[in-house]
Write a protein that binds this ligand. Structure first.
Ligand code: AMP
Length: 226
């Protein structure tokens, strides 16, 4: 595992990796309970490096494959991010996770429901799924949207979903989203997401196209390779 600061000018110190779950979440007993219930022994390498960075509010790129624990590396700090915000002020979803496929969206949603706490509500929005059902789900009021770009852009353009309250954005498997041609939809979605957000990106690979995407949408990120 290596970690680097992509900031151009003076480099920031890289936060020490957390060796134990308590190092990251001792102030969040509900998160600790969920982790204990899952029976996890210790953070995976990406989690131990990503958590302290994200919890400091720094944008992060995780170059990591599936199976490394990358999903919880962004979900856990995301829950804490949402928890620290007054809900009354938000008036819409605070976290948005974009994924390339319906399968990944459902997988992320499953982890989200399993580990989320304090009644945070999540919905899954993906192409090929029941559009009216998804519209009803998002209209009921949600905290977290997990979506594929095409369907979310459709709901956004038809004013079924308001993304202006999103302050924690995740681009999961960014390389795959680009391969699938989702860049135009991502662009349109992000026009509605406020610039003063925190952004996390994961990618299995780190080619030019992904670096360019990161440059457009992340602010002075740190990068972790596993
Ligand atoms: P992911 O790479 O996010 O697809 O995660 C792969 C699998 O690892 C999922 O089933 C997670 O529930 C599991 N997992 C995540 N974090 C840990 C951990 N710290 N220890 C053991 N398993 C984990």
């Amino acid at each position: 595992i290596t970690c680097d600061d992509l900031k151009d000018s003076v480099k920031r110190p890289i936060p020490n990796p957390t060796c134990k779950f308590e190092d990251a979440f001792q102030c969040y007993p509900e998160v600790m309970e969920n982790i204990k219930r899952a029976g996890f022994q210790k953070p995976t390498p990406i989690q131990s490096q990503a958590w302290p960075i994200i919890l400091q509010g720094i944008d992060l790129i995780g170059v990591a494959q599936t199976g490394t624990g990358k999903t919880l590396s962004y979900l856990m700090p995301g829950f804490i991010h949402l928890d620290s915000q007054p809900v009354e002020k938000r008036n819409g979803p605070g976290m948005l996770v974009l994924t390339p496929t319906r399968e990944l969206a459902l997988q992320v949603e499953a982890e989200c429901s399993k580990y989320s706490y304090k009644g945070l509500r999540s919905v899954c929005v993906y192409g090929g799924g029941n559009r009216n059902g998804q519209i009803q789900d998002v209209s009921k009021g949600v905290d977290i949207i997990i979506a594929t770009p095409g369907r979310l852009n459709d709901l956004q353009m038809n004013n079924f979903v308001n993304l202006r309250s999103v302050t924690y954005l995740v681009l999961d498997e960014a390389d795959k989203m680009l391969d699938m041609g989702f860049e135009p939809q991502i662009m349109k979605i992000l026009l509605d997401v406020r610039p003063d957000r925190q952004t996390i990106m994961t990618s299995a690979t780190w080619p030019y196209a992904v670096r360019r995407l990161a440059q457009s949408y992340l602010k002075e990120p740190m990068i972790v390779y596993v």
